[in-house]
Design a protein. Structure first.
Length: 124
């Protein structure tokens, strides 16, 4: 049985969409000139969403931004990638700054973008 080239093209196109849809990416941008050594990709790093505890001093290392689309656009999809970037930057904590959700493209694919400040606690 011979399959039509048109059907094969459609099948290939659909496979590419399924495999590439639902992407998660995160990027770290340093805000200081002296980098800290990485702590390991899966270190323990705090996530702060309600403000820094009173009396704790910190140094800002940079900003990490993550974006997820389609079925990988929830906080629980983006946060692990953000935490990895924070660990690799030598951070002790992430302070969540913003979270935006919007629709992209003609089909209105959901996209979420989260921004956080990567910090290192100061020791006295």
């Amino acid at each position: 049985m011979k399959k039509s080239p048109r059907l094969l093209r459609r099948g290939s196109f659909l496979a590419v969409i399924v495999l590439t849809g639902g992407c998660v990416s995160a990027t770290f941008v340093p805000t200081q000139s002296t980098p800290y050594p990485p702590r390991g990709m899966y270190c323990e790093i705090e996530v702060i969403s309600t403000g820094v505890p009173e009396g704790k001093r910190f140094q800002e290392l940079g900003i990490v931004e993550a974006e997820g689309s389609a079925w990988k656009s929830d906080l629980e999809d983006l946060l692990p990638k953000m935490m990895q970037e924070g660990c690799l930057a030598g951070g002790d904590a992430l302070i969540i700054r913003s979270s935006d959700t919007y629709a992209e493209g003609r089909d209105g694919i959901p996209v979420q973008r989260i921004s956080a400040t990567v910090i290192r606690w100061e020791t006295e």
